[in-house]
Every structure is written in C-alpha cells, then in structure tokens.
Design a protein. Structure first.
Lengths: 347, 350, 349
C-alpha cells in the first residue's frame, strides 16, 4: 500500500465473477476516457473553470483578430490622437491616433503566438531531456542535467538578450529565446516526475513481460509522469507572455509598428500621466492572461492529482498528510481509517 | 475477567459520509473487555473492525463520521467526553498500537524524546525521572541496551524493535486498555511470536485489557480469550476463542476458517493437499449493504426464507447447531455465551 | 541435486549472487559496504513443479525471484532457463525469455498502470511479442485470458481503480499468462489480499498450474500458504537457501534449526493446539545482509550452535527425507572453510 495512487471510487464496482457462456471477446476501448474525468473535475473547481473559459475567449479573439478588431492595427489618424476611452474608441487612441482596442486584440495574437511557440519549444526539448535523464540515469543524467544547470544558472533575461543579440530581434527569435530559457525548468520537472514513476511496480511488471525501453517510456512512464508537466506548461505560458512583454518592452522582442502587449506598454510609458489608457489596457491584458494561466495551472494541479480525486468528491480535504491510504477499492472505510490512524498515531 | 469491565461498548454505530453516499460502517456493536482479558476483533478489510475502535477514541474526523452508542471506559463515556478530557484519557486510559510503527513514531525525534514526552504529557514528572522511566519501559519490552536505544532514531531500529518502542509508548502511562490494530501484521512470524509473548507477559503483570484487531485467525487462537467476528459492520459471531474457532456457528466464520491453508494439514492419499474452501465473491461495500442478512449474497447455506429479507439478531447458539462435543459442556453462569447472527440452525455445511 | 537429468530442470541457479553497493558514495567510491541480498544460491526448479520459496523479510527471496528473470542483474554466478544462460542472453533472447517467464507481483494496487485499462494491460505482452495480429484477435485473446482467471471479459474496458485487490491480482495473473509462459514467478502474490480472497487466488494459481502445465515459483513469507500450494519448499535465510525438500518433509520434519524455528512460530487457528504449541523463540534480530556472519550465517541466533559453525560455511547436503537437503553441520560438517584474510573474515574462497 505504499505510494499507490489512491483509487478513485468507481461508480459501482460490481463483482464480475467468471461468466461462462458469454462471448469472450473483450473490448479494448476504455469505458470512459480519463481526460473526460479530469475535465469534469476541473469544471467542478469554479476558479479554474472561469480562468479556462476566459483563456478560451482570449485565444478565440487572438485567432480571429481581424474579425474582432474594429480597425487595423496601424491605421494612423493624426486627428484622433490621444483620445480618452469613448464609445467610438472604447480603449481610447494612442499618440498616432491608432485604436488601442484594435491593437490590444491584434497584439493578443502576437503575444500568445510567441508564448505558445516558446513554451512548445521548451516543452518538447525539456521533456525529452528530462525523460532521458530520469529514465537512463547515471552519466546520461549527469551530462544532460549539468548542461541544464548551466542554462539555469544564467539570469533568464540576460540569456534571452544574448540569444536575441546573436539571432536578431523579431517575434520568432523571441519565442526561441524564451523557449531556451524555459527548457531547463521542463527538464527538471520531467526528470523529477520520471524518477518517481520509473520505480513504480507497474513499470517493472511491464518490463517483465518483455516491453522495450521505448515502449516503457512512451506507454507507461510519460503518461504517468505527465501531470506535473501539464501544470508547468500552464504556468510557463503565463511567464512566457510576461517575458515576451518584457523583451518587447526592452525593444528586443516584437518590433514596431507591429502591436504586442509588451511593446504597447513600453510605448505608453511616456504618456502615463497624460493618457493613462495607453499603458493601462495592454497592461490589463497581460495581467488577465497571466492570471488565468496561473489559475488554470493550479486547477489542473488539483484535478490531475489522483489523491485529490477521492477527496474532492465528498470528504473534502480531510486527509492531510496521510498519503498512504491505499486500501481496498471496495472498503469505503479504509480511507478514513487510514487518515485517522495517521493523525491519531503521532500523539 | 474479574470485577468491573475495563471497557463496555453498547450499540456502537458509525456512519461515514463518503463520496458514494452515507456508509453504515459499524452497525450496533456491543461488547465488554474485562481487566486482563484479550478480546480479538476479527474481520476482513471493510468489515468495520478498525473504524469501530478508532471511533471509541475519537480518532475519526468529525466532519465525516457520526458516532452513536455508548462506550464506557472505567465508567466514563468516551463518546460524550469533551475533547480535552478525551486527550487526557488516551494516554493513561487507553494506549494504541498500529500496524505500521513508522506512522506512530516521529522520524526526526529520538526514541527517548518521544517516550519522555509521552510520560510527561500525562503526569508531573521531572525530565530525568521520565528518562529513567523511559529506559525501564524499553527494558520491559525487551529492547537490548535500553539506555543507548533512548538516543537512537526510529530508522535505526528494525521493524520488530520499532513495534516494541511503540508498545512501550502505549504502555508508558500504564493504560487500563491496550488497543492493537493489526500490530503484528507487518512483522515476520518469528518477530510476531516475540511481540505476542511480550504483550501477554505485560498483560499478566499489569492486568491490562487488550483489544486485538487482526485478520489472522492463527494469532487469535493464541492470544484471545474472546473473539468477535465482524462482517459488513456487524458482529456476526462472538464467544470464547474455543467456541468460535473450534465450533463456528456462522457460515462466514466457517468460510473464513476453511479458506486458511493449514500448515499441519495431512496430505491426501495421493499426496495432494485438498483444495481450500473459499468464500465466493467480495464483502459488500458499506455504502450498499444487502437488505437481509449481511452475508446472504455470499452465503453457501441460505436455508431460511428470512435470510434475504431480515437481518438475524445475535442469538445464543444451541450447542447442537454449533456441533459442540460432549466435553465442551456449558458451565452455566461463569461462561460467556456463544452467539451468532444467523438464521441457520443446522450445523454442518459451510 | 545431481541425480536429475538436465531436461527435468527448467530453471537453475548456480552460485547466484546479487550484491548491492550501499552507503558512502565517496569521491573514490570508498566507504560503502556491500549488501548481500542473494549470496551464493544453488537452486533447481523442475519442470511442472511448484517450488515454494519462504523466508522472512530481507532474506533475499524477492531479489532471487527477480534475478532468475534478470529483472535484477546478478553480480555473480549463473542462471539457466531451459538450458540457456540467462545472464548472457542478447536482446532478442532476453525478450523471448520474458515471454516464457511471467511474474505476478505483490501489490495489486501498484502493479497495474493506473492510466491503462485492463484490456490494455493484459494485451501488452501480446503486442510486445506480436502474438496476435490485429485488434480483434487480441481482444478475443484478452477475453479468453480474463475468463481463464475468473473475470468477466466485459470488464476489459475498465480502469484498475474500479476493482478490488483480488480482482486486480487476477488481472495481474492474466497479464503474466498472456505470453503463454512455461514459468511463473509469484512474488508475495497473495500477501496484500484479504484472507478469503487469498484462498481464492491460491486455488486459482493451483488450478492454472495444473491446467497449463506451468512451473511455478511461489515466493511468500506465509508458510501455511507455501505448504499448501508447493510440491517442494526452499527456505532462505540471509541470502542463502538453507533448506530445500519435498513440501511434506520440510513441513513435517524440518532439518535446519532455522526452519524449525520458523515453522514453530506460525500460529495455527486451533486454540487448544496453539496453547499446547512449543515455540522455538529465536533471540535477537536477523543480522543485516551487509554484515553477514562468517561460517554458518545462522550461528548468531541458532540454539544448537557448536564449534564448526564458526569456521565452516555449511553447504546444502542430504538430511532427513529423500530429496531433502539442509545447510547445517548437525547433519555432518560439509562446506567451505572460512578463510581469514588481513581485511577480515570472508566466507568465500
């Protein structure tokens, strides 16, 4: 009963005794996909659900930016410059008379694209490195992880600036730079998770029937090591959006006149006393997106935690600190008994 | 087995809120534990045997558990006691030993510190006096070199030695009741034998009442005076250890005994050991107990029409039904009744 | 052990050692000791028999079971499986051996991947070894296997958490049988099950062993269960097999003092017998496998210890019933004299 994921009580674990006479063909398809369960758990958490819906909206807006934006991003109208928010320009206009709402909407696609590209790069590279390091251990682990440590030891912004200095500014390179900075984080998270999963009995069981390393890695270790990686992805997206804003703010990311939230923030800085809306709305966009990614990350952490599954449903967070509840799936009292044992024992 | 009982439990009921609805985990349990007496509570996982004692000591989370009934520990009702009083009672009144000694020991504190804390929490003792007492206790539970052991950490001891320490802590305030919940399950048989000897010796010296919760009927045969067999949150059979194990009256008890491989079982004429009789199926989940006799869905007998609809009460077993031999004659009065909750009146089968 | 023809023996170990380095990973790898989990085991497992392997926790019985299947790499000695040297198998040979030798694990809650359905778990060996081509054939085979272990094929699409311990263990057995193995290692396969469920699984294993002509290595600390299911019993102590023989003989008349003590400590569910029983209570704890006593490894706890025990490491030799072997000087001093080197005492030549 050690370290076993606490089983989520099934709907009704009936007692399938041998049923001679029935057709022996078994369906290989799962009765109920696990991602659906995760989703339903996530939707039961109001904060995460709201964050998820908001993010979905932001993404939809970013994808369909041309349809949503009332004006072009670079439609200059000197006559309308620095207008405060009004019905015709809900977010106001900037120093060149460009509609800020349109630029925030169009900037969303730039910011999010850079964010997704960067995190996508870090996710693939970091997960691969972490998987190999964690699974093979020994010198593979030493070599890969020391290299990651070196990357990690660099101040993140400095590293990104260095990459951009070599490759030149632009949103693609910004994504690459941020991706490189985040790779060690994913490598570490993945490795830590793999180290735990690698020792699971079911991995040994799978090896005992002759499964290859590749099969173990792809079918057993990665899926079971995934939850913390998924959570990290969500949280990193938030930081990537921030990083893109920071780099653009420094003039190294997206180049004018293209809209990006960070760049708009930088441009609006000079007018902060004269026209607060120039910086305020892109700032709010960054704030909202980052907040939503973080909240979603927290929600995912809970929804993907198998321990959480037993507890969320009924008894709340009764079982603090006693992870080794295990117990028989049928024994409804086993879980509670284990908790009480855990809390009562250390008087 | 003389004088007032140490513990008197009457109609104990525990209901838990679970994700799958309310679960009747313990349904009307009554028993007494006399001074110096050992009562074994036997059952499989989910039978409610552990929950029933955790409930007595208020160790179930109040949010999810509703406990009713009466449980008098030396005349004081544990179930209506204010929490502070209950905390006071837990040490000197009732000590507990769990299956995994590591859950009861704090890994970052030395053995000595944990013992001393336990002793001083329930009495006005100086530190040095408590330490002397701690060393004495360790000697009593058979730890070699107790003075040195006081400065050791739990991980430096073997499983058997750790369990001895836990017993020492449980006994540090000379409780009138000791509850052992699967205390030897995780130990090897040779170590288990040592621990059982130890508990029997200490019990004889201090007159402690013992509740021994286990699934191992072999251990029960060795240690218990009385046995209580639990199934589906109910006591389905109780009586003296000889009555219950040698003349089981409930089909479940019989099934349980039949499913034990016997070390001494003689091989058949062809050198074959006969196949074990098993109890088919699984125990019912406490959220979904059958309407009639709790054992009905798995019962091989089912002789009575009431089995399916009505829970049989715990009734004294007629000797014929239990298949008692002439030598097992009933000495009226002094002996405990042998009771079983079953509609089966026939012996045999099972 | 020598009078059997080679074709009777399916699995055989000679001088098998599994040593793990422990502690002090200093700069030059010094300071650490060696944990002798398996320390010179000679063992023959006969075709079609059930060999019970008993011993207390830490005696190395699980490591031995894993080493026989090369799930733990042996550090010394040889293992042969059906005549082939397991320790030198190439990738393909190893894969084929893994098909022919299955394993059932102790904890049915940990041995099934929680994210894979019963069908995916059971069909893994089929996919790995290409035993059934096509999804439909595999599904049919999974259904057969589930029926074989007493589960309803309709549950194939469910996840492990929906099952009880006994049912999960049946799934684990079905997985181990999917490759149509000759040899099945059950590593404490009933230890974490309820009593009545233990009996169900014991009966199932016995039935399968007969029905499929399996060779079974049944590893357990539960002497009664081992006695019940085994044809022969091997007893391990501190990394070594110290007694082996027909189950009835070892159960009735053990020749090694350790086996005697072990048997006498097993409680039986008969109160009168229990009260009358004379237990041989061993003093002290099992020594650490990283500090194995020289000479006879049981001498620190043995009630009969006498002079040669210090100096001669006893070998298994005939004692008691026909086919029964014990590593004990009480039955004649046979074994390897202890050599004393400047670094200390070593039992190995």
């Amino acid at each position: 009963m050690t370290g076993a994921p606490v089983p989520e009580p099934g709907n009704s674990p009936d007692t399938p005794a041998g049923a001679p006479g029935t057709s022996p063909a078994a369906t290989l398809r799962p009765a109920r996909p696990q991602w659906r369960e995760t989703l339903s758990l996530l939707l039961h958490n109001p904060t995460a659900a709201v964050a998820g819906v908001l993010l979905l909206l932001i993404v939809v807006v970013a994808v369909l930016d041309d349809t949503f934006a009332p004006e072009g991003a670079n439609d200059i109208s000197v006559a309308d410059r620095l207008q405060s928010p009004s019905w015709s320009h809900p977010f106001g206009t900037d120093d060149l008379g460009r509609d800020i709402l349109s630029r925030v909407i169009l900037g969303a696609s730039v910011s999010l694209r850079v964010g997704f590209l960067a995190v996508g790069f870090a996710l693939v590279a970091g997960t691969l490195i972490g998987l190999l390091a964690g699974y093979y251990g020994k010198w593979v682990d030493d070599v890969l992880m020391r290299f990651m440590d070196m990357l990690f030891a660099f101040p993140a912004v400095l590293l990104a600036i260095a990459v951009l200095a070599v490759r030149g500014p632009g949103s693609g390179n910004t994504a690459l730079a941020i991706g490189i900075v985040y790779t060690p984080i994913f490598a570490r998270v993945t490795r830590a998770s793999v180290l735990g999963v690698r020792e699971e009995v079911y991995v040994r069981a799978s090896r005992s029937v002759g499964a290859s390393d590749w099969r173990l890695l792809t079918r057993h270790i990665l899926p079971n090591a995934a939850p913390p990686i998924i959570v990290q992805t969500s949280i990193s997206l938030a930081f990537a959006v921030l990083a893109e804003a920071a780099l653009s703010f420094l003039g190294l990311g997206t180049q004018p006149p293209n809209p990006s939230w960070g760049l708009m923030l930088a441009e609006g800085r000079g007018y902060i006393e004269l026209a607060w809306w120039l910086a305020f709305f892109p700032g709010m966009a960054i704030f909202l997106t980052v907040l939503c990614f973080n909240l979603l990350g927290d929600g995912l952490r809970d929804a993907l935690d198998p321990r959480q599954r037993t507890l969320m449903a009924g008894s709340g967070k009764a079982a603090s600190g006693s992870a080794a509840v295990g117990g028989a799936a049928v024994a409804g009292d086993a879980a509670v008994a284990g908790d009480a044992a855990g809390s009562g024992g250390d008087r | 087995m003389s004088g007032d009982p140490v513990l008197e439990v009457e109609d104990l009921r525990v209901r838990l809120r679970t994700p799958r609805g309310p679960a009747e985990v313990v349904n009307g349990l009554s028993y007494t534990v006399g001074a110096g007496e050992t009562v074994a509570v036997v059952g499989e996982s989910g039978s409610g045997k552990s929950v029933s004692v955790l409930a007595l000591l208020g160790l179930l989370p109040a949010r999810v558990a509703t406990v009713t009934g009466r449980a008098l520990l030396q005349g004081e009702d544990l179930l209506t006691m204010p929490p502070e009083r209950l905390r006071q009672v837990r040490g000197p009144g009732a000590g507990m030993v769990f299956q995994d000694p590591m859950t009861s020991l704090n890994p970052v504190l030395t053995i000595g510190r944990q013992l001393v804390e336990g002793i001083r929490a329930h009495g006005d003792v100086s530190k040095s006096a408590a330490r002397t007492r701690a060393a004495e206790l360790l000697r009593e539970v058979g730890l070699p070199d107790p003075e040195k052991a006081l400065d050791r950490y739990p991980h430096e001891l073997s499983g058997g030695m750790r369990q001895r320490v836990v017993i020492a802590i449980a006994l540090s305030n000379s409780p009138s009741l000791l509850i052992a919940d699967e205390a030897t399950t995780a130990l090897d048989v040779t170590v288990q034998a040592q621990i059982i000897d130890l508990v029997e010796k200490l019990q004889a010296e201090h007159g402690t009442g013992v509740i021994w919760i286990t699934h191992d009927l072999g251990v029960v045969a060795g240690i218990a005076d009385r046995v209580l067999v639990m199934y589906g949150g109910r006591c389905v059979e109780d009586g003296t250890v000889d009555d219950v194990l040698e003349r089981p009256a409930h089909p479940y008890t019989r099934g349980l005994l039949g499913s034990l491989p016997d070390l001494a079982a003689p091989a058949g004429p062809d050198g074959e050991v006969p196949e074990l009789t098993t109890v088919p199926g699984l125990p019912p989940p406490p959220t979904d107990l059958p309407p009639g006799c709790v054992f009905w869905p798995r019962c091989p007998v089912r002789a009575d029409p009431r089995c399916e609809t009505e829970q049989p009460p715990l009734a004294v077993v007629s000797r014929a039904a239990a298949g008692a031999t002439a030598s097992g004659a009933l000495e009226e009065g002094s002996r405990l009744p042998h009771r079983a909750a079953t509609w089966c009146t026939e012996g045999g089968q099972g | 052990m020598n009078d059997r023809s080679a074709s009777d023996v399916l699995v055989s170990a000679r001088g098998l050692e599994v040593h793990f380095p422990v502690g002090g990973r200093g700069l030059r790898g010094r300071g650490g000791g060696v944990l002798r989990a398996v320390d010179g085991v000679d063992l023959d497992i006969l075709r079609g028999e059930t060999l019970g392997l008993v011993g207390e926790s830490g005696c190395g019985k699980s490591t031995l079971g894993n080493a026989l299947l090369r799930l733990v790499p042996p550090t010394g000695g040889t293992v042969t499986f059906d005549g082939a040297d397991v320790t030198s198998l190439d990738r393909r040979g190893l894969k084929e051996m893994r098909r022919r030798a299955g394993m059932v694990f102790q904890d049915p809650f940990a041995s099934l991947d929680p994210r894979r359905t019963v069908a995916q778990t059971v069909s893994e060996p089929l996919e790995v070894h290409g035993l059934r081509s096509g999804k439909r054939e595999r599904a049919a085979r999974v259904g057969e296997l589930l029926e074989l272990v007493g589960l309803d094929p309709a549950v194939a699409g469910r996840y492990p958490h929906e099952f009880s311990g006994g049912q999960r263990q049946r799934v684990g057995i079905a997985r181990a049988l999917a490759g149509e193995p000759d040899f099945l290692v059950c590593d404490e396969a009933i230890a974490s099950l309820d009593v009545s469920v233990q009996a169900q699984v014991l009966n199932l294993l016995r039935r399968l062993q007969r029905q499929l002509g399996l060779t079974l290595l049944f590893i357990s600390h539960d002497l009664s269960a081992v006695r019940h299911i085994s044809d022969r019993i091997a007893v391990m102590y501190l990394g070594r097999v110290v007694e082996i023989g027909p189950a009835a003989a070892v159960g009735r008349d053990p020749q090694m003092p350790y086996t005697q003590a072990l048997l006498s400590a097993v409680p039986v569910p008969h109160p009168a017998q229990e009260r009358a029983r004379k237990r041989i209570v061993l003093t002290g704890d099992v020594p650490s496998p990283s500090a194995v006593p020289s000479g006879c490894r049981f001498r620190t706890r043995c009630p009969y210890v006498f002079e040669p025990c210090d100096d001669v490491d006893p070998a298994l030799h005939a004692a008691g019933a026909p086919g029964q072997l014990a590593a004990c000087h009480l039955h004649g001093v046979v074994g390897t004299p202890v050599t004393r080197t400047p670094e200390g005492v070593t039992a190995d030549p």
